[in-house]
Design a protein around this ligand. Sequence first.
Ligand code: NAD
Length: 304
Amino acid sequence: MINKLTVIGSGLMGHGIALKFAQHGCIATVFDPNQSSMDTLFKRIEISLIQMDVSKLNIKKCLSLIKKSNNLKQSLENCELVIEAVPEKLGLKQDIFKEIEKFAPDKCIFASNTSVIPISKIVEKMRDRTRALGTHWWNPPHLIPLVEVIRTQWTDESTIGKVIKILNEIGKTPVRVEKDVPGFIGNRLQHALWREAISLVENGVCDAQSVDAVVKSSFGRRLSILGPMENADLVGTDLTLDIHENVFYDLESSKNPSKLLKNLVNDGKLGMKSGQGFQKWNQKDPDKIKLRISKHLKELDKII
Ligand SMILES: NC(=O)c1ccc[n+]([C@@H]2O[C@H](COP(=O)([O-])OP(=O)(O)OC[C@H]3O[C@@H](n4cnc5c(N)ncnc54)[C@H](O)[C@@H]3O)[C@@H](O)[C@H]2O)c1
């Protein structure tokens, strides 16, 4: 286990990443130049720990291991692993990796939490790219077990091995991604589904609520215990082939985002935050949904 982690970015993902390491006795220093985000960091971590049913004493212990810093150089002193979790902008991430390499110790490992940007693009300007890789955590980071560990053409095998070991030690489920493809594994799968979902609505096959009802009341129910590859083997590769021969020709295969989605964004219909996206929402809906998700994830943890 490492003793010192630095997290760059104190937002939604950064707070949960720092929390998981601190829970396992690691000092987690969080660097963020945005004072308002730093001001709420401890409170947000405390709320997440309460959500996880952590005792008051352990919350106190965990918070005592989290350090805030607005000085990048200082935040990286003696750091063994640095995880970047700043907004999904390539230029910003590239600049940060160049900068952290200047100040971090020689053996430090550099990881990006990007959702979809190839890691090789983010780290291409670094001097030593053998110690850089992707660690893609999922939201909420303190409750979803998976971390995709992405290698680039330059990443040293020992870097991958060390990171997988560390993630196992803090109770995560690391999965190796052997090629640095955009979207890695999880987001490619997820957005292939979303592309088809939006297309069904756009083409008048059903409305948005019906898409969600179908997913939630059918294959969504079993996805957390039966992955698509296992399912194909369960029903038989022969049936899978028959289905693919009879349906693939009609599935959405556009290389661009849909017109319907672009129009929603252009019209300011940005989803729950604006009250309207594919459906209408009220102000309290996001909090209610987040609460249901965390309850559901905790229950799942008990039975899986
Ligand atoms: N939100 C998700 O569901 C999710 C899931 C997986 C991965 N990700 C990825 O994780 C990364 C962070 O996402 P998020 O949702 O936590 O974003 P966020 O907006 O909640 O947090 C980003 C934080 O980075 C800080 N920041 C901006 N510039 C900075 C700089 N130069 N140095 C240090 N900090 C800086 C901001 O002040 C903010 O606190 C993104 O790459 C995102 O794609 C997000």
